[in-house]
Design a protein around this ligand. Structure first.
Ligand SMILES: O=C(O)[C@H](O)[C@@H](O)[C@H](O)[C@H](O)COP(=O)(O)O
Length: 245
């Protein structure tokens, strides 16, 4: 079903805890069901605390981490050692502390030119899923205050992309290339969960969740799982402009 489920809690800490519990629940169900759990991680600053929580004593024993396979919803065109790198953020907060084996981590090879890195990343996702449709068990997404998600930015050509895969995008406002998963691939997921907190995101949340349909301006509106579930994990501040009830 395509009706998003909103999970709204008073504080970011409560939102993070609820999403960590949700992650554990989905991982447990997927591993019991088909032996593995594939997750596309979001970048930016918001998810770092979630990753740190999942790697903390309170959560680390609740997931069979050796059965979890990690991908990235998007990546900045920087080396994995760069402070801007989503891989680096995830490694420092989650993958490193849990001692996740490199064979379980599918990072974008940013040593390649953006177009080749995107093509190679598409290939590695196709190879991972083999004959099966590329359906992540969970896709985590954030939301920019301009309503972008992953690296699907307003008024960019990738918004019209109909193929499920990874693409290089030039982000004018960042004067930089990024590699992003396309909306068709994100929408093939079993579950998509947005993590958004803070008053600075309230206008974007209102636009994307309750606003006029205008994908060019509000790209996160593209996220509508074809047969999967859509969830929003929000704090009161980020949900403050949503219509009541
Ligand atoms: O690589 C990235 O930057 C993300 O994938 C991006 O889509 C992010 O989720 C939003 O920009 C929100 O970022 P913050 O969480 O830092 O506000």
């Amino acid at each position: 079903n395509n009706v998003p489920t909103l999970h709204v809690f008073p504080t970011p800490e409560e939102v993070l805890q609820q999403l960590a519990d949700f992650f554990v629940e989905l991982a447990t169900r997927a591993i019991a069901g088909h032996g593995t759990f594939s997750v596309a991680l979001s970048g930016g600053s918001s998810p770092k605390k979630l990753y740190e929580l999942l790697a903390s004593p309170a959560y680390r024993s609740r997931v069979q981490w050796e059965e979890v396979f990690f991908f990235f919803g998007d990546e900045r065109n920087v080396p994995p050692t760069d402070t801007e790198s989503n891989y680096r953020m995830a490694h420092e907060a989650l993958l490193g502390p849990l001692g996740i084996a490199p064979t379980q981590v599918f990072a974008v090879d940013t040593a390649l030119a953006p177009a080749e890195a995107a093509q190679r990343y598409s290939q590695s996702i196709t190879e991972f899923f083999g004959q099966r449709e590329a359906r992540f068990d969970l896709v985590l997404l954030g939301l920019g205050d301009n309503s972008h998600t992953a690296s699907l930015f307003p008024h960019t050509p990738v918004l019209a992309e109909s193929v499920a895969g990874a693409r290089e995008v030039y982000v004018e406002e960042k004067q930089a290339y990024r590699i992003t998963l396309t909306a068709p691939l994100l929408n093939q997921a079993q579950v998509v969960a947005f993590l958004v907190y803070g008053a600075d995101k309230a206008v974007a949340v209102q636009h994307v969740v309750a606003g006029e349909q205008d994908i060019a301006q509000f790209p996160a509106q593209l996220i509508a799982p074809t047969s999967g579930q859509l969830h929003w994990f929000l704090d009161d501040a980020a949900a403050s402009l949503l219509p009541a009830g």
